[in-house]
Ligand binder design. Structure first.
Ligand code: CAA
Length: 379
């Protein structure tokens, strides 16, 4: 078993570490303070080939593998979890299902838009009364001649008010439960599509989250993704991959917080010596280091399993659960080391802690991950 990253993966790491240091870090605090979508950096990430990086070259992508995408998200999230989230959603929740389930025509039309075309993607599953119980969505799509008429609304949609292309889930047959859900590719320019409430969130302020409303929205028949009735399975499969992205995001937040904590405790003297010299500090930092290493192994393993075509549902859920809880613990304990300074906006710790919290909630709460893991243990 080889735990070393390939030359290509090391190059992705280096490129993304440099981009994060030079472009992301300088604006991360301001992005959080002003709740501004980091548009210029997303444009640069399109130019670098990171947006849609796993899309094959024939459709405008970089032909990268899921591990490369995870490394990119991890590096970005060390300084700005919002940027990591925008990329994770675009790559994992929009490009991936179109690539996996799309017809040749759909791939030829939409994947170049989502790569060289600089169009941002999103994923619309959650509804006000269908969060963890994702099968209970009420959004409906009725076939009328050459198009579907879609009615309903979706909430908490990442990239919601900036995205051009959405993978949307709607009931095409209400009598069939999960077998009555279908997936669609919906453009924000389709008649009847609109953006509703912009969410004012605790963290992840640069990541644009919104409600999406469909009012007699006209979706061409050819935009059905996969077959009618396959939507729930497509959503679950997509979320398996998406959870690797959130694991990578949470891992990056934890690694970023650990680096900040090491730097701060080495420079902060109390009781006559740097606080990094106190055993209490060292033990806490040791636990953080160990957790990051474990999280990295889980995340990279899930990415490799996806790449190799193995079933990775449980592996992705474990990586997401472990990394998100580790990110929350690490940011909380790192903030404690900063004392009163950590509670101010002069340091990034309070932002990192607020950003970490969502990783325990979206793309399946920690409780949902435990459902998925236990459901795959043959109990
Ligand atoms: N891959 C493929 N198919 C799957 C699957 C998977 N990983 N998991 C389940 N399925 C299939 C099952 O095989 C089953 O099919 P059959 O009926 O043919 O056997 C069908 O789906 C139903 O499966 P379950 O009975 O297990 O489904 P359930 O209703 O009990 O739900 C759940 C299980 C795990 C709780 C699921 O509802 C779930 O993951 N909920 C969380 C939803 C979620 O993560 N939402 C996040 C929204 S997106 C987001 O956050 C991003 C953003 O933009 C903010």
């Amino acid at each position: 078993m080889d735990f070393n990253l390939s030359r290509e993966h090391l190059l992705v790491r280096k490129m993304m570490a440099e981009f994060t240091e030079n472009e992301v870090k300088p604006i991360a605090a301001e992005t959080d303070r002003t709740c501004q979508y980091p548009r210029e950096n997303i444009e640069k990430l399109f130019n670098l080939g990171v947006m849609g990086m796993c899309v094959p070259r024939e459709y405008g992508g970089a032909g990268a593998d899921p591990l490369a995408s995870a490394i990119a998200i991890e590096e970005l999230s060390k300084q700005c979890a919002s940027t990591g989230d925008i990329v994770a959603t675009h790559n994992g929740l929009c490009c991936d299902p179109i690539l996996t389930h799309g017809t040749e025509e759909q791939k030829a039309k939409y994947l170049p838009m989502l790569t060289t075309g600089h169009k941002v993607g999103a994923f619309a599953l959650t509804e006000p009364n269908a969060g963890s119980d994702a099968s209970k969505g009420q959004t409906e799509a009725r076939l009328e001649g050459d198009h579907y008429v879609m009615n309903g609304s979706k909430v908490f949609i990442t990239n919601g008010y900036v995205a051009d292309v959405f993978v949307v889930f709607a009931m095409t047959d209400k009598t069939k439960g999960t077998k009555g859900i279908s997936a669609f590719i919906v453009e924000s320019s389709f008649p009847g599509f609109s953006v509703g409430k912009h969410e004012d969130k605790m963290g992840l302020h640069g990541s644009p989250t919104a409600e999406i409303v469909f009012q007699d929205c006209i979706v061409p028949k050819e935009n059905l993704l996969g077959r009618e009735g396959k939507g729930f399975s497509i959503a679950m499969q997509t979320l398996d991959g998406g959870r690797i992205g959130i694991a990578a995001q949470a891992l990056g937040i934890a690694e970023g917080a650990l680096a900040e904590a090491i730097n701060y405790t080495k420079g902060r003297a109390q009781f006559g010596k740097p606080i990094s010299k106190f055993q209490n500090t060292q033990f806490v930092l040791a636990d953080m280091e160990m957790g990051c290493e474990a999280g990295r192994l889980l995340t990279y393993q899930a990415a490799m399993m996806k790449q190799q075509g193995q079933r990775y549902t449980k592996a992705a859920a474990m990586a997401k659960l472990f990394c998100s809880e580790h990110a929350m613990q690490t940011t909380t304990k790192a903030l404690q080391m900063f004392g009163g300074y950590g509670y101010t906006k002069d340091y990034p710790m309070e932002r990192m802690m607020r950003d970490a919290k969502i990783t325990e909630i979206y793309e399946g709460t920690s409780e949902v991950q435990r459902i998925v893991i236990s459901a795959n243990m043959g109990l």
